[in-house]
Write a protein that binds this ligand. Structure first.
Ligand code: ATP
Ligand code: MG
Length: 460
């Protein structure tokens, strides 16, 4: 890759201003980390990190409105029009206690020392955009140009210091589309114990960043080849080398990660659903007499496993719910002979708001099986029927009915209670079957005609 020239014109004015003010007060100040990396790659960035010889107190004196986000670690966050600028005092870290939190931080006025503690050479380039001076003692620019991800210093020692780094290696391999340098790759699996001790929230964070790569499969492959996949994603490891049937070119694992690649990059929920949609296959696999494999009801086992996995990774309840729902629904089997009522029932159980995501998952699933690609014809037909039903505003939930609980109670002399809900559900079933019934007078007449459901007698 040819690198972009580092030019101050590419840095927003408020960020340049931070560097100028620090320099004006006699300190050294450099852009560091991801910002420099992305500028060199020509990729826009919102994330500005400045390394400085100024102590946090000195930074605060220049920016009294700034927020100390980690005084002990020397980080001060300056809000600017161009987003937050994180200013961190050059530091070295020593005496690691728990593989995540440095025991002791010594402020050093040496940039080179600061760069040595960084994880990968491509993240250890510093650039002063005012003096236009690049400091690159680790050879980060050469690695960036060559597409190589290389640990700074001794890879194993660095991974043992902080078990998040091997996971970040997988993440960067995916997002940058870089090859992991051989010694770095060899050390990844050796830090297994440290990787297992990382806080789940940090792993989740890296996983989500990995899922924003064009091809997350690159990252999963780094983890699998280094023997680290099972540490945080045992469900995925279980799929490795599990054979499928004649509809698939790949085993369950490769099918899964390619499905994830094929899911829309801007939809993390669909990418997560892709990652988990088939993890129940190994546990449901049965071989028929003719040698073909079946995976009956794997979607429900997958849903259960997705919930366990995402809970372990501390995902939020809503996200878990949405992913599990897509996983459980992904096996819908549309046929042209479905009646309109069947299409409406499908829409009711999926929920209109989830249908586009479910179709995206199914399309990705198709691409991921490696034999055929594109928008399957049957799905296009179902999509057209769904669109027509949405446009006709046909009732799909109890809320869409032309009557409500108050009507049911009044017409039948009922008190509030579960019976009212059951009657509304029954009305919805009938309306799903026959949308023309959804008129107020017709439904009131229908209510008066009575129900076979078990309802208590009239209120006294
Ligand atoms: P992005 O913002 O896209 O996630 P980034 O490179 O900016 O990428 P951050 O997590 O924001 O990554 O970290 C900023 C910089 O801090 C990194 O570029 C790296 O130099 C350093 N860094 C972050 N995490 C670690 C770590 N665990 N070990 C060593 N250095 C790290
Ligand atoms: Mg960053």
């Amino acid at each position: 890759m040819t690198l972009n020239a580092l030019s101050p014109e590419r840095v927003p004015e408020p960020i340049l201003e931070v560097v100028r003010r620090l320099r004006g007060a006699g300190h050294r100040a450099y852009l560091v980390g991801g910002a420099v990396r992305e500028l060199l790659r020509g990729v826009p960035t919102q994330d500005w990190d400045v390394g400085t010889s100024a102590t946090p107190e000195e930074v605060l004196r220049l920016y009294p409105g700034a927020v100390v986000t980690g005084l002990r670690f020397g980080t001060v966050t300056i809000p600017t029009e161009a987003g937050n600028c994180e200013v961190t005092t050059f530091r070295i870290e020593s005496g690691y206690q728990d593989a995540r939190h440095p025991g002791q931080v010594t402020f050093v006025r040496e940039l080179e020392e600061d760069l040595k503690r960084r994880d990968f050479t491509v993240n250890a380039i510093a650039w002063d955009p005012v003096a236009e001076r690049v400091v690159d003692p680790m050879g980060g620019m050469a690695d960036l140009g060559a597409g190589v991800l290389r640990a700074v210093g001794d890879p194993l020692a660095r991974f043992r210091e902080d078990g998040l780094r091997p996971i970040r290696a997988a993440r960067f391999a995916a997002t940058l589309e870089f090859e992991v340098e051989e010694r770095t790759a060899d050390a990844l699996g050796e830090a297994r114990g440290e990787v297992a001790r990382v806080a789940a929230e940090r792993v989740q964070d890296e996983l989500l960043k990995m899922l924003r790569a064009r091809e997350p499969s690159r990252g999963f492959e780094v983890l699998r080849r280094s023997g680290l996949l099972d540490v945080w994603l045992p469900e995925l490891q279980e799929c490795v080398a599990v054979p499928q049937n004649r509809y698939h070119a790949y085993d369950v694992y490769f099918h899964t990660i390619y499905t994830c690649d094929a899911a829309p990059v801007e939809k993390p929920v669909v990418r997560l659903a892709a990652l988990f949609h088939d993890v129940g296959k190994p546990r449901t696999r049965e071989e028929r007499e003719d040698g073909e494999a079946t995976f009956y009801n794997h979607q429900f086992v997958s849903g259960q496993m997705a919930e366990e996995s995402m809970t372990r990774l501390r995902f939020g309840r809503d996200m878990i719910h949405d992913v599990v729902h897509l996983v459980r629904e992904h096996m819908f089997d549309y046929r042209p002979e479905w009646t309109d009522a069947a299409v409406r029932r499908f829409m009711r159980s999926v929920g209109i708001e989830n249908i586009a995501d479910l179709f995206d998952l199914r399309i990705a699933d198709n691409v991921g099986n490696g034999l055929k690609t594109g928008f399957p014809r049957a799905l296009a037909e179902l999509n057209a029927r769904v669109t027509r039903i949405i446009e006709a505003q046909e009732a799909l939930t109890v809320r869409d009915l032309a009557v409500d609980g108050t009507d049911v109670m009044r017409e039948l002399g009922l008190r509030p209670g579960p019976a009212v809900g059951r009657i509304l559900d029954q009305l919805l079933e009938e309306v799903l079957e026959e949308p023309s019934l959804n008129e107020r007078e017709r439904l009131l007449a229908r209510i008066r005609a009575g129900f076979s459901v078990d309802t208590p007698g009239p209120a006294t």
